[in-house]
Design a binder for this molecule. Structure first.
Ligand code: SIN
Length: 328
């Protein structure tokens, strides 16, 4: 009887304590490799700010820029292990998880960023967000950076100018084939190493967007840049299926909303920086920015476009056709 009374008393104490027990704050680590004054850096910081405003005490975002926590080659493995919850690697860095995203690496695929936005918002682009789901990753959205330019230690006007030159590339087989098509030597290296590789002349050039060329100071160690707009660097904002599905539904909805709003800001920053960072590079007088004539540009297209056929089977013709159609 005394035992029963004690049991009832304990249950009463636990029930009384239950309403004041707080759910543990969810910590969302967001790891990326670029500087804070970039589209991705600004987007990540805005996301942190919105979550702090709207989910105070329930969820908190910690942002780790400039490869402080993980390089892009490690971040997706770390995500699957639960060591980081959000990242936004370039679309060129998902080869191990899906071959479909290789579509974004095809040279001279999109005529401008409006065409990229159109493709990403359409059914094919939206389906691609989930192309790595079977491998445990979910794309929450796309974020723009911009079109890529070539930079080098010598002027690049026509494809024969790159013959034998070493170019750093992201870990993409399409990008490798693109540089091999013009008889250059592509080297897959992490973003965090590019500046030093250029500075020490271990490589001759690289391809990147104006915001990355400016914010990572590549322009200080490259004499020439060519306004080539030959490819794209955009991002997949990604999380793990396990983390996403494990979130309480109301918190998941708020996080997605905050992410969508942060992406809108990031895309605005991307559009502005494509113009302003290019101008800053020109104004620095350290890198000479070269323009291509229509004929020179046509030579690059003719040399690089055969790469499409090599990857058509892995990517799917339907997907390539949908991307091309977004140019109209
Ligand atoms: C990035 O913009 O996240 C990095 C791109 C690169 O690796 O060149």
């Amino acid at each position: 009887m005394r035992l029963l009374t004690a049991g009832v008393a304990l249950a009463a104490i636990l029930m009384a304590a239950a309403p004041v027990a707080q759910a543990k704050e969810i910590v969302i680590k967001f790891s990326h490799v670029v500087a804070e004054n970039t589209p991705k850096g600004q987007m990540a910081n805005k996301f942190r700010e919105l979550v702090a405003e709207r989910l105070a005490g329930k969820a908190r975002v910690e942002v780790y820029p400039s490869s402080q926590l993980f390089s892009d080659s490690k971040v997706l493995e770390a995500m699957l292990l639960g060591d980081v919850q959000i990242a936004a690697p370039s679309l060129s860095k998902f080869k191990k998880y899906t071959k479909k995203l290789q579509v974004y690496d095809l040279p001279f695929l999109f005529k401008d960023m409006d065409a990229v936005s159109k493709f990403q918002a359409g059914p094919a682009g939206q389906k691609l967000l989930l192309s790595a789901k079977k491998k445990g990753l979910i794309g929450l959205g796309y974020l723009h950076n911009g079109l890529k330019q070539l930079t080098a230690s010598k002027p690049l006007k026509v494809p024969s100018d790159v013959e034998g030159l070493k170019f750093r590339i992201q870990p993409s087989d399409v990008l490798q084939a693109q540089f091999e098509a013009v008889k250059a030597v592509p080297l897959k290296k992490p973003f965090s190493e590019v500046f030093t590789l250029l500075q020490t002349k271990a490589i001759d050039g690289q391809e990147n967007t104006w915001s990355n060329i400016y914010s990572k100071k590549f322009f200080e160690v490259q004499e020439y840049a060519t306004d080539s707009n030959h490819g794209l660097i955009d991002y997949l904002v990604v999380t793990s299926v396990e983390f996403w599905d494990g979130l309480p539904a109301d918190i998941r909805t708020e996080i997605k909303k905050a992410m969508d709003e942060a992406i809108v800001l990031g895309n605005k920053v991307a559009a502005e920086k494509a113009i302003s960072d290019r101008q800053k590079v020109i104004d620095s007088n350290r890198t000479k920015v070269l323009q291509l004539s229509d004929d020179e540009r046509a030579q690059w297209v003719a040399a690089m476009k055969p790469v499409w056929a090599k990857f058509e089977k892995q990517i799917g013709k339907d997907l390539i056709d949908a991307a091309v159609a977004s140019n109209n």
